[in-house]
Design a protein around this ligand. Structure first.
Ligand SMILES: [Zn+2]
Ligand SMILES: [Zn+2]
Length: 610
């Protein structure tokens, strides 16, 4: 992967002789995979020269992807000046963290209101698609990306990019969760440990390094790292190289030189293999893989991204606090996000409200003389049912106690003191982290009759047969898809009489696409599952077989029962023409004929029992 830095300054652009070497433009980094995928990280003022270069280079800037970490000025100010967006025929995708209530598009358009700027986003000539991200994984052509909420007073995502056998992490505008870690010392626990997992083993970690440890006490809560923290986390997570960036506007080139010199001396002293440099404008880094390695390991196990608003639900937060001041700050912050607050005083009341209200978050004060948040948390956790197990429970306390927290099932800690704006950001992150769901298909009205008809076919759990396999093989070839299935939707599962292209014989009904066809009784096309709120977070979409495209035709029996589908699956987004749909329905008719033929021709003794 080729990485080029176009903007390395934090907070505000700072051109001039004192920043000539490391650069004055704000955050913007260009990444290109060997296959030519173009990804731009952040759109600070560095995007202006980059945009000029892309337009003069012609074809290479027509198609690209812009990943925005957050919408603070220094990360988006270059957007209205990014030339490729004004060229008709160009196609750009813009990704950024999803807010509650305001979309990425609206947030970006805010800085282009006529009071601030003469051109509106409607006047961009290029085709632009906006994608609101939450914590999870996504793929852009040959690059796999996972996202992670950073600790910053705005909803901010870090991006981990896997491609060409290497991992590059972009982690800008992030403050240590533990204040001790800002000095480069202390234990890595809780959310910092989660963060270490996110950056682990990166070949290149591009990291916020706005401050040094001795400046930090005056900058607590500003949302930035110290150089010492970046190095400590990098060493712990076995990162190969760190590029320090988001240089403070008050930092001149000589200061950065001296800082690097002293860091390198310390690393050498400790015989650390970690390499480190300070990113400078114009610098190009080729990140290459010394050995081929499994580049996927990090994206698995993550939840989904959803580029579309999930179904609107009224959100609520349960608050168990006694301190009047804390209660006031928290409820103000939560209400400012448009979220309802419910108050509880003990585990029993919390449990009752959880069952009744299905809140998105529980926040408990832990102040031993007055309230034992850990005990309440433990009491809640032991009674949660399976689908509530992801409910985040946050403890508000003067100090973190990670070991006890782990034992009691605490998700995270909110350490006093904190500001309302800090709480707002954290509340959003906690809630969005659990906001993804997919839609299960409804159960059809004729379910009993349908299941009886399906069982009467005596086909479930029989061996594969050529007459069905021939149909899925043909379907895969005709439509050029990797997977084609004859799928029968049973009470709790979908079972494949024929499965071309996958090994699985069945999947649970609740994740089944075909179950939607069975309910609607008509052909269903999903061009891009990631763009469809019914499927964006479905486990079959976010992990193997990574369904993007689905087309399913109902298998309708003579009595009107819909027992399953003949369906096509692809891992790329695509569509079908009207003629294609007709062809698929022809093949489906052949499959229905086979269902009957099998039942009539097969001697009873050989049929599987229902
Ligand atoms: Zn910034
Ligand atoms: Zn920021």
């Amino acid at each position: 992967m080729r990485v080029q830095f176009w903007g390395t300054r934090g907070s505000i652009a700072k051109p001039g002789p004192s920043t000539a070497r490391y650069g004055g433009n704000t955050s913007c980094i260009e990444i290109r995979s060997r296959a030519g995928t173009l990804i731009i990280l952040d759109c600070g003022t560095g995007a202006h020269p980059l945009g000029q270069r892309l337009v003069s280079a012609g074809a290479s800037g027509r198609r690209g992807h812009l990943l925005i970490s957050h919408t603070h000025w220094d990360h988006i100010q270059g957007l209205p000046f990014f030339a490729p967006l004004f060229v008709p025929g160009n196609e750009w995708d813009i990704y950024g963290p999803k807010g509650l209530g305001q979309s990425l598009r609206e947030a970006l358009a805010g800085q282009m209101q006529y009071t601030y700027f003469p051109i509106t986003p409607e006047q961009f000539g290029a085709t632009i698609r906006y994608h609101d991200l939450v914590e999870g994984g996504l793929e852009i052509d040959d690059v796999k990306i996972s996202t992670h909420y950073l600790n910053h007073p705005a909803l901010t995502l870090g991006y981990r990019l896997h491609g060409d056998g290497v991992a590059v992490v972009y982690s800008c505008d992030h403050e240590p969760h533990s204040r001790t870690l800002a000095t480069g010392r202390g234990e890595i626990v809780g959310q910092d440990r989660r963060y270490a997992e996110f950056i682990s083993g990166a070949d290149l970690l591009i990291h916020d390094a706005q401050y040094i440890a001795e400046e930090y006490p005056a900058k607590i809560g500003w949302g930035h790292s110290t150089v010492e923290y970046a190095i400590r986390m990098g060493q712990h997570a076995q990162v190969k190289t760190i590029a320090l960036t988001h240089h403070d506007p008050l930092r001149d080139d000589d200061f950065i030189d001296r800082m690097l010199e002293s860091i390198r001396a310390k690393l050498e002293e400790g015989a650390s293999p970690l390499k480190i440099f300070a990113a400078s404008e114009g610098q190009v880094v080729e990140v290459e893989s010394p050995i081929s390695k499994d580049s996927d390991h990090h994206t698995t196990g993550f939840q989904a991204k959803t580029p579309i608003e999930p179904a609107l639900v009224e959100r609520s937060v349960l608050l168990g606090t006694v301190d009047a001041n804390i209660t006031a700050i928290l409820s103000e912050a939560i209400r400012a996000e448009g979220i309802r607050v419910r108050f509880v005083s003990d585990g029993g009341a919390a449990r009752k409200l959880i069952a009744q209200d299905r809140p998105s978050l529980v926040m408990l004060e832990h102040d031993l003389p007055r309230i034992d948040g850990l005990e309440i948390c433990w009491a809640i956790r032991t009674e949660l049912v399976a689908d509530e197990s992801k409910l985040p429970i946050v403890l508000v306390a003067a100090h973190e106690d990670p070991q006890a927290g782990l034992a009691a099932g605490v998700t995270d800690w909110l350490v006093k003191p904190f500001t309302t704006s800090y709480v707002r950001t954290k509340v959003r992150a906690w809630i969005l982290r659990t906001a993804c769901h997919w839609m299960k298909a409804s159960i059809p009205e004729d379910e009993d009759r349908r299941l009886t008809s399906l069982r009467e076919l005596r086909i479930l759990d029989t061996d594969p047969e050529e007459r069905f396999d021939r149909i899925t093989r043909l379907a895969a070839a005709v439509f050029d898809v990797p997977i084609a299935l004859v799928s029968l939707v049973d009470k709790d599962r979908q079972w494949f009489k024929s499965c071309y292209g996958i090994g699985a014989k069945e999947t649970p009904r609740e994740v089944s696409f075909c179950a939607h066809v069975v309910y609607n009784r008509e052909t269903m096309l999903v061009s891009d599952a990631l763009m469809d709120p019914r499927f964006a977070d479905n486990p079959l979409v976010v992990s193997e077989p990574r369904i993007r495209f689905y087309a399913g035709c109902p298998l309708l029996l003579a009595d009107g029962s819909c027992v399953g589908t003949l369906c096509l699956v692809d891992t790329r987004a695509r569509s079908l023409s009207g003629t294609d749909v007709g062809l698929l329905q022809d093949l489906r008719d052949l499959a229905v004929q086979e269902l009957y033929r099998m039942n009539i021709l097969k001697p009873l003794s050989q049929r599987a029992s229902p």
